[in-house]
Design a binder for this molecule. Sequence first.
Ligand SMILES: [Zn+2]
Length: 397
Amino acid sequence: MTAQENEGLDRRSFMIASVATVGAAGLMTATANAQTSSGGDSGSAVAKQGTVYTGDVIDGKRVIASLDIADLEPGKTHSLYFKGVQMPTGQTWYVSVMVAKGAAPGKRLGLMSGVHGDEMSPVHAIQTVMKQLDPAAMSGTVMAVFDISRPALEGMARRWPSSSRGIDLIDINRLFPGNEQAPEAALRHAGLVFNRLLRPNLDYGIDFHTAATGMDMTAFHLARMDLPDVRAMAELYPIEQIFDNKAEPGLLANALIDAGIPAFTPEIGRPRIFDHEMIDLFVEGTMNVIKHHGILPGPMGRTGKDSNIFIADGMFPVITTHGGFVELLVQLNEAVEAGQKVAIQRNTFGEVVAEYRAARSGKVGARRTDATAEPGTPIVFFLFDSASAIGGDVVVE
Ligand SMILES: [Zn+2]
């Protein structure tokens, strides 16, 4: 979610922007036609070229410049490297791709991670799902793409280091569907991945994330619950919270939706680590989605009904007014009443410089883990459901 330093600024502005839009009737009307109006075929010239093997093999894995999973042998799992954009030295950023192609035809589901490079639990969650799949028993395909922003992963960083004007740090989850001819490498890379790997091969997509460095979150989805196909998948996870929000254009999930591919964005807890307890919940939910689409037979595991998911359409942050050391008084997923004190901030002498209270009642969706904060830093995010909450703006004191 949001972070200290510059890392989280884009995400932070999305979250703050969401405060202004959530609960507004316009949110629903703006998103209602997204699935039906897109058609998904604009710019499809590259989509029809089938699988292109470059002839290179890296560590035993064939390199592709584009993929049509119809070309792959059924009943097997295929491990490939997708050729992304080049580096400043002329070497190439390769993206790791696994395709579990069922013996029989069926729905095609994509599992993505590494759009942000400091988010590790998604990689492990997808690896775990892929290990559980037996393509010989499958009707349909599951495609995993593990490391979409390779240079960001190499640096355990949220953003792509672009060298075009000195180093800029670029959040590629604001760039999709990308542009292969753009005057910017990260934007080109997003276009290559989207046009030649994802869009031609998916009926449904799940783009896994975590909180950003400096924050922690509940087991959480960002999902457009006004879209029935998205809602059906999102509710199959035995997690704590869903934030029903369109978020910004440029998110991979939104670009997929605009291309006619229902998609959403799970957030698996804190960044930089494997949170195994939380990973298990998202593996269970993803296996449910795979069964829901008839790709594998078998009984459903636990779902959102079992975990009593809190579905919220509003979010508000508590934002620091001072710099200093922050002591948080609330835990993840804790229910908080309007006016409740949620944090105390002290200077280096230990003197209290600010106290922060919740502007309205809600549940804690995310909280800061870094102990210091500059003025203007969101330190807690609360989720609320506008149908049950009373109005009020963000209050800091
Ligand atoms: Zn992320």
